[in-house]
Design a protein around this ligand. Sequence first.
Ligand SMILES: NC(=O)c1ccc[n+]([C@@H]2O[C@H](COP(=O)([O-])OP(=O)(O)OC[C@H]3O[C@@H](n4cnc5c(N)ncnc54)[C@H](O)[C@@H]3O)[C@@H](O)[C@H]2O)c1
Length: 369
Amino acid sequence: MAADPITFLVLGTGRMAHRHAAALAKIRAAPERVDGEPVPVILGVYGRTPARLREMFEEHGADFTSDHLEGSIARYDVDVVDNCLVNRLHHGPLMQAVAAGKHVFTDKPLGATLAESEDLCAAVLASGARHGIVQNMRFQGGPQAAKAILASGELGRVFHARVVFGYYVPARVTNRPPWFFKHEEAAGGVVHDMMAHFYDLLEWLIGPAASTHCLTFDGIAEREDPASGPFRSEVEESCSVNLRFQNGAIGQVFSSWVRRRHEDVPTISIDCEDGGLLITANRCWVQRGGGPLFFYDPAAEQGDPMDGWTPVPTTPRDPFEVQLRAFVRCAATGADYSPDWTEAVRTHRWVEAAYESAASGREVSIDGA
Ligand SMILES: NC(=O)c1ccc[n+]([C@@H]2O[C@H](COP(=O)([O-])OP(=O)(O)OC[C@H]3O[C@@H](n4cnc5c(N)ncnc54)[C@H](O)[C@@H]3O)[C@@H](O)[C@H]2O)c1
């Protein structure tokens, strides 16, 4: 006998909506089981453009599509609203879902502003519904393997961590949605977008942060939206963020949309007293003990920096499937989900602290950190 179905309504027909719908289609094909019983998943999609809705219907076999948000929540007896709209359309639709008593899952950031995130979190805690936030990087093979090694304690005290993220977005914005450069829809630049991932990821790996410092760089002022023409970029496009952790470690994150080279997202190195880690999305290397000692000789070839580093077995996975599968289970059983909206609010407070630091030039902490 199958358990009661869980009906999802994915909001949006863009990049992330496709990611979420594809993950839900995989879960529908191989259902999550609770007490041995499969939990059927029903997939609905809300969007404003019929052609885009048709694409979602055909590519992911959506069970229903709708261009009317309130109407579809009621008509299809939706259990979970999953928001993949632009940042400025997180608060309104999620508040509607919470008011209708639905479970809520959303891509990051929770709200466009900290006030919106706090408002959403307070509302969902009062409602008693399950709530989840996408933190896909936590659930990829590389970070999962690194977390297990760090948690075992075998590498000893963490000294520092360094994250490098970036790629080049030309003036004519063709390799990411142009709205990310517009304040009205994005509500912030690369700090808002990428530190919503990296504050979370670094606290999850290393422990609670104590303070942060941030420098920003504006990037390319005159940009072009292929659909609507020239516009002025209204957001910071690069940042250099420092963190101090409560356990004494320090961290640095460099993020940029105008960086010429790119790495895997994320790429992190962590240095510890008894070894180190190099982490990419689906790979992880560990250095245990010392490794070959480096001697600087300006006249000599300097050797392979990966000497002494061993690959750690990892399991490549679709992090959206992992997160949504766990959310199906929580919606079916009533169990708590993590990462939840209280964690999203904490990350958003750090993002605000980064902006405050960029404005004041000072290192900033958050209340209760
Ligand atoms: N987890 C990640 O790695 C990751 C990566 C990229 C984006 N995101 C987040 O996912 C969300 C969506 O980003 P995306 O890259 O998919 O953007 P996108 O531009 O591809 O999709 C945005 C969606 O919002 C819809 N939309 C915009 N204005 C609308 C309106 N007025 N009414 C109804 N629908 C409207 C668009 O039609 C589209 O379906 C954002 O919050 C973003 O921060 C997360």
